[in-house]
Ligand binder design. Structure first.
Ligand SMILES: Cc1cc2nc3c(=O)[nH]c(=O)nc-3n(C[C@H](O)[C@H](O)[C@H](O)COP(=O)(O)OP(=O)(O)OC[C@H]3O[C@@H](n4cnc5c(N)ncnc54)[C@H](O)[C@@H]3O)c2cc1C
Length: 385
């Protein structure tokens, strides 16, 4: 693994940073204020090939991996305009369809997911399951060649903007009667598939939804991949999700530290700018170091994933998501503090990042569940639940 970025990666970063710099935080904040999506940025990023940089070339993608897609999202975040749907549409849904979809599913979805003209949300979380995905109850049963889906989902991002949602349900194993995870593409306007917006205290153009699946009838072609390999297919999508959440958090943390550094260089209330005081400078330096370290772990996870090591990527993706979320939460907190009262003004727009950064601490898997994973899987400690 090369821990030093390649020239291609540096060029990609620079190109994305140029594009994102033309939009910036003000564009993003305006979209939030006006209650609309960041469509212009999404479309332009799609036209340049940035949204589908990980998808296969034969379907209009860039032929790269999650490494490149994570780098794109990090740079958008560092400019103050991260696109949350990149975590689900090209990273989870695009990857799962590219790896396990039928030729027809690939032809139908991948070119649009790559160019950004199609979007797909991802729904796994359920109100009564939460962090314990073994308790998922959204169930698919066969009716002739069709599937009938029933269940509820919660906190699903971007369903209004997405052409379809990749729903994690369960089917009954004919032999054992046990439920096993399966993935279904559910079109936005499918009868029986309804959504209710959840009021969130988050300044984000993407909204979260509660979904109801009430006897949703789907054709056989809605099932993605093999009915008997659901878990493997699911993790093929969940590892990229964790790596992308790390990128999202690192970008946001970089943005916050940069704003604080700008401010601390010039704000002067004694003889020297406040940034000369070590009590102001050191926490920002520490955040910079923590974000760099988290990025190294993100690269490791992305590298393992792109090399086809799903098992190795699992541990690294969890650790990268953990490190990035913690680094981002601390970076944002310190940035807000560095601006004094201005840290809480709408003009500087930093305080809204406090809730946004915390999303990475709880989603897609919480800090505690990662600590549980490392305790049990890595350290071999016994389980309490
Ligand atoms: C902004 C946002 C966007 C989201 N987008 C999506 C999306 O697009 N698709 C999707 O499927 N989901 C999405 N989610 C849902 C997210 O993945 C869940 O919120 C997350 O998995 C946690 O589940 P929960 O909220 O039910 O918390 P719970 O599982 O109820 O957990 C509550 C608290 O208890 C702790 N806890 C639970 N069990 C244990 C344990 N065994 N040991 C120690 N601590 C424990 C948790 O760490 C947490 O702090 C989103 C959430 C947010 C906030």
């Amino acid at each position: 693994m090369n821990v030093i970025e390649s020239a291609e990666h540096r060029d990609l970063r620079a190109a994305v940073a140029r594009l994102a710099g033309r939009y910036g935080r003000e564009y993003f904040a305006t979209a939030v204020r006006e209650g609309r999506h960041a469509d212009e940025l999404w479309e332009e990023a799609g036209k340049h090939g940035y949204l589908g940089v990980n998808l296969p070339e034969e379907y209009g993608g860039g032929g790269g991996g999650i490494t490149e897609l994570a780098l794109v999202l990090e740079e958008l975040g560092a400019a103050g305009c991260p696109l949350l749907l990149m975590v689900v549409s090209p990273a989870i849904c695009g990857t799962v369809i590219a790896r396990f979809g039928t030729d027809e599913q690939k032809r139908t979805w991948l070119p649009g997911l790559a160019s950004g003209t199609l979007k797909m949300a991802f729904g796994i979380t359920e109100p009564d399951a939460g962090s314990n995905s073994h308790r998922l109850t959204t169930t698919a049963r066969r009716d002739g060649t069709d599937w009938i889906l029933n269940g509820r989902k919660v906190f699903i991002s971007g369903v209004d903007a997405a052409d379809a949602t990749l729903i994690v349900g369960r089917t009954e194993d004919a032999g054992t009667g046990r439920l096993k995870p399966c993935l279904f593409i559910v079109g936005r306007d499918t009868p029986g598939f309804t959504r209710r917006s959840i009021a969130m205290e988050l300044a984000s153009p993407e909204k979260q939804f509660e979904l109801l699946l009430d006897d949703v009838r789907l054709p056989a072609e809605a099932l993605v991949g093999d009915e008997d390999a659901g878990l493997l297919q699911l993790f093929a999508g969940l590892n990229p999700e964790r790596i992308m959440t790390a990128a999202f958090a690192i970008g946001m943390g970089r943005y916050a530290v940069a704003r604080a550094v700008d401010y601390a260089r010039t704000r002067q209330v004694w003889d020297a700018p406040i940034g000369a005081h070590q009590a102001v400078a050191h926490p920002l330096a520490r955040s910079h170091i923590e974000l760099e370290l988290a990025r190294l772990m993100m690269y490791k996870a992305a590298h393992l994933y792109d090399a086809g090591d799903d098992a190795g990527a699992g541990e690294a993706a969890n650790m990268a998501k953990y490190a990035a979320a913690e680094a981002a939460v601390r970076a944002v907190d310190q940035a807000v503090h560095t601006l004094g009262g201005n840290g809480l003004t709408a003009e500087y727009g930093l305080a809204s990042l406090i809730t946004a950064a915390r999303v990475a601490r709880v989603a897609p898997v919480s800090r505690e569940m990662i600590l549980n994973y490392v305790s049990h899987q890595t350290l071999g400690l016994p389980k309490s639940y």
